[in-house]
Design a protein around this ligand. Sequence first.
Ligand code: ASP
Length: 449
Amino acid sequence: MKVAKFGGSSLASAEQVQKVVDIIKEDTQRRFVVVSAPGKRNNADKKVTDLLLAVCAARCANEPIEALLAEIYGRYEAIAAPFKIAADHLASIHTSLQQFVTLPYENNPHFYDTVLASGEDNNAKLIAGILQSAGLPARYMNPRELGMTVTDEPQNARILHASYEKINAWHDSQAILVIPGFFGYTEAGDICTFSRGGSDISGAIVAAGLQVDLYENFTDVDGIFSAHPGYVHRPESIKEVTYREMRELSYAGFTVLHDEALMPSYHAKIPVVIKNTNNPSHPGTLITNHRDNLEQPVIGVASDEGFCMIYIRKYLMNREVGFTLRVLEIFRDLDLNYEHMPSGIDDISIIMRSNQLTAELEETLLRKIAYEIDPDELRITHDLSMVVVVGEGMRQRVGITADSTAALARKNINLEMINQGSSEVSIMFGIHKEQEKAAVRTLYYTFFD
Ligand code: ASP
């Protein structure tokens, strides 16, 4: 049994929806379908969720919303046009949109959530109707009826654990259930959405609740590439990757799936496959708990910019009890998050995201370290990128670090920092951002043909 989640680009037009119908028809194991709101049809287009955000903003500014509502309704109407669906599906979408003209927004913490969630909710109703017209036993399933109960955190909800058991009760449903992604209901009965892109989370929750064999996440790419296609010409797409590798890759800039989306399926040990609606025969990328084929030691090279590094050196630092603790307390007191902290005998480097620092905060931080730690050397390096070489197979293979650093040296790329976590799933290099692209490229060609 499978859960199939379709993203916005897979549902943006009638042509795309036809592909989705064919995909569902082709495999009777696809019994639970989770849908996003209609996405962009082309680069210049707007996602329905973004139009709904505009509705919220207009209402809060006491501006008219009729034109926006007409535009949104038009999107559903255009998708429905070639399909022979019962007229009441569109009528119900129209009614649901019209209520936003009067829905109170003052003293209503769930105003945005209610409006935004309608993008997926209306789409689920429509897709269920279209599947029925194609002769499939489909049924729209509201998240409340399904048992999707979430925390009361507007636009940032989290699933409540009890939901999984409730969802599991639908395990033997005979109908193909079409479930809107992106939102659930609080215990008090209010709509709360997950963070943006959250339909991926809904799909993973439904998959975990039902304990299905596979969670298929349909998008518009042939899976995950081994490197950024903007950096490397036609990189290979990854066939199989573990959750751990995926986590390392997405941390360093690979964002095919919503970050949190993997949590529920990871805990439930359910494999996820990322597939292309426009090329469904391509096997895509399979994300699993365990990977047997470790022949290829490196699975991907990822990178992200926007880091800075604070270097602290103090003679005999290693003999001072609580030294690191005192440094980190300064970070905590200033509410600063750090990402990595490689250390030597007498020095440590603290790497953090630069967007946390204003010039003022930076000065305070350095002043506090200077005053409280009294280091022999203290400096900050800006404009760093982190380049990460990822692969579970590295553990069994000697020389990956040597091959990487040799390749970087050949390109004259200076390493500000190397960090190989004890997990040995990844090696991270801190380099100047100007050299990020060249570094990814040379590392990719070192480990891939
Ligand atoms: N439609 C929502 C968004 O654009 C959720 C999703 O598509 O996953 O963020």
